[in-house]
Write a protein that binds this ligand. Structure first.
Ligand SMILES: Nc1nc2c(ncn2[C@@H]2O[C@H](COP(=O)(O)OP(=O)(O)OP(=O)(O)O)[C@@H](O)[C@H]2O)c(=O)[nH]1
Ligand SMILES: [Mg+2]
Length: 383
């Protein structure tokens, strides 16, 4: 495996290397400690102040890089509670440490257990609680606060996630349909960090689209920082697959794969990373239709792309998925010439509405089942 990765690194020149060196920060490890509880005063029954807590608050506009740069050290300690004294029988509570983190951060403890998913503005979680102040229950000796290492893992939240191999034209499309201004170039790995663009509709509705760096085969096994990017797909509601109608070849050392095989290969990467991703609603765009010969390829492959099962047996084994994707729509486009861009926008909106309607029905069903369980056998039947 390592060997394959080395070959891959060698064969993909500077842009790929830039990709691997990318310093986009989407994880951050911090040590957090709640303040120590103040001591009580046994003679007077005085209670020590509670130690301060370290807590995280999700805020738009904050990035993990800014957060890391703003911290003096990666250890955040809240203040201790004050001891009880003759003049202050109830010791003052220690000051909290309030840390702003980006919206979309998940907080994990040292055992990789999820502590909190801060997926909306102002969502809050206590990372380390303060120690109790000294009182009768603890012989008037203040307790230490929680002390742990936490991992902040940022997963972007967007309505739509763009998925494809490098150079397919994902960023070109994002530029054409949204307010984003991504870098576009004729070599793989131009996009080295996820970027979100917003599509504005005339009725003031807006949809967010995440442009993700191109995947490579083996991304599921973390080649090409695959996990770093695949994880962002998890939180999108719709996957927008994009392939070059002429196929793709990562480097002369790699096989050239036609458009159909690339669809299978993307399918397989997602399946290996997390098979539940295949259940997400998805749309397929076949790009670069402006180039000579594109229509012929499209006409030839269209029936097979529509029914991915039909040629699955001929797909090379290393990229053959065990379960194929079911696209809601398949659209041939030219992102560069903005051909069929209006249709893409329309389809994305319609597909998201369908997803929302399906979710609504599913939620309703779930509520009904819960009510049914509560009412039990003696209650009225809910229809
Ligand atoms: N002819 C043609 N070229 C296109 C089209 N869309 C994109 N390109 C070209 O394809 C190349 C790659 O485009 P990008 O938008 O950077 O591709 P990408 O998928 O974002 O690539 P990565 O960021 O490396 O994953 C650029 O040279 C684009 O000008 C298209 O519709 N037609
Ligand atoms: Mg790009």
């Amino acid at each position: 495996m390592v060997q394959v990765f080395k070959v891959l690194l060698k064969s993909t020149k500077s842009p790929a290397r830039a990709h691997f060196r990318s310093n986009f920060l989407d994880t951050l490890r911090l040590t957090v400690r709640g303040g120590h509880g103040g001591n009580g005063l046994p003679r007077y029954g005085g209670v020590g102040g509670q130690g301060g807590a370290v807590y995280f608050v999700a805020k738009e506009g904050v990035t993990l890089r800014k957060l890391a740069q703003g911290l003096k050290e990666k250890r955040i300690v809240a203040s201790s509670g004050e001891d009880s004294s003759k003049l202050a029988i109830f010791g003052r509570r220690g000051a909290d440490q309030r840390i702003e983190v980006p919206v979309g951060v998940q907080v994990y403890d040292e055992r990789q257990q999820l502590m909190a998913d801060l997926n909306e503005e102002d969502a809050t979680c206590i990372a380390a609680g303060g120690g109790t102040g000294g009182c009768t229950g603890n012989n008037f000796i203040g307790r230490p606060g929680d002390n742990r290492t936490v991992n902040l893992d940022l997963k972007l939240i967007a309505d739509v996630g763009l998925v494809g191999f490098p150079n397919a034209g994902k960023s070109t499309l994002l530029k054409a349909i949204s307010n984003a201004k991504p870098k576009i170039a004729a070599y793989p790995f131009t996009t080295i960090r996820p970027q979100i663009g917003t599509i504005e509709y005339s009725d003031l509705r807006s949809i967010s689209v995440a442009d993700l760096p191109g995947l490579i085969e083996g991304a599921h096994a973390n080649f090409g920082m695959g996990h770093k990017f695949l994880k962002h797909i998890e939180r999108t509601r719709l996957l927008l697959f994009m392939v070059d109608i002429f196929g793709f070849q990562l480097s002369p050392r790699h096989p050239h794969r036609d458009c159909l095989t690339n669809i299978y290969a993307l399918n397989k990467e997602l399946e290996l990373y997390d098979p539940t991703l295949l259940e997400k609603p998805c749309v397929l765009l076949l790009n670069k239709m402006d180039k000579d010969g594109a229509s012929d390829i499209f006409t030839r492959l269209k029936p097979n792309i529509k029914d991915l099962e039909s040629r699955l047996a001929e797909c090379p084994e290393e990229v053959r998925p065990s379960r194929v994707l079911k696209f809601k729509y398949i659209l041939p486009i030219s992102a560069k010439n903005s051909a069929r861009i209006t249709q893409v926008k329309k389809q994305l909106r319609e597909s998201l509405d369908e997803v929302a309607a399906e979710q609504f029905v599913a939620d309703g069903q779930q509520i009904k089942e819960k009510l049914q369980q509560r009412v039990g056998v003696i209650g009225p039947k809910i229809t």
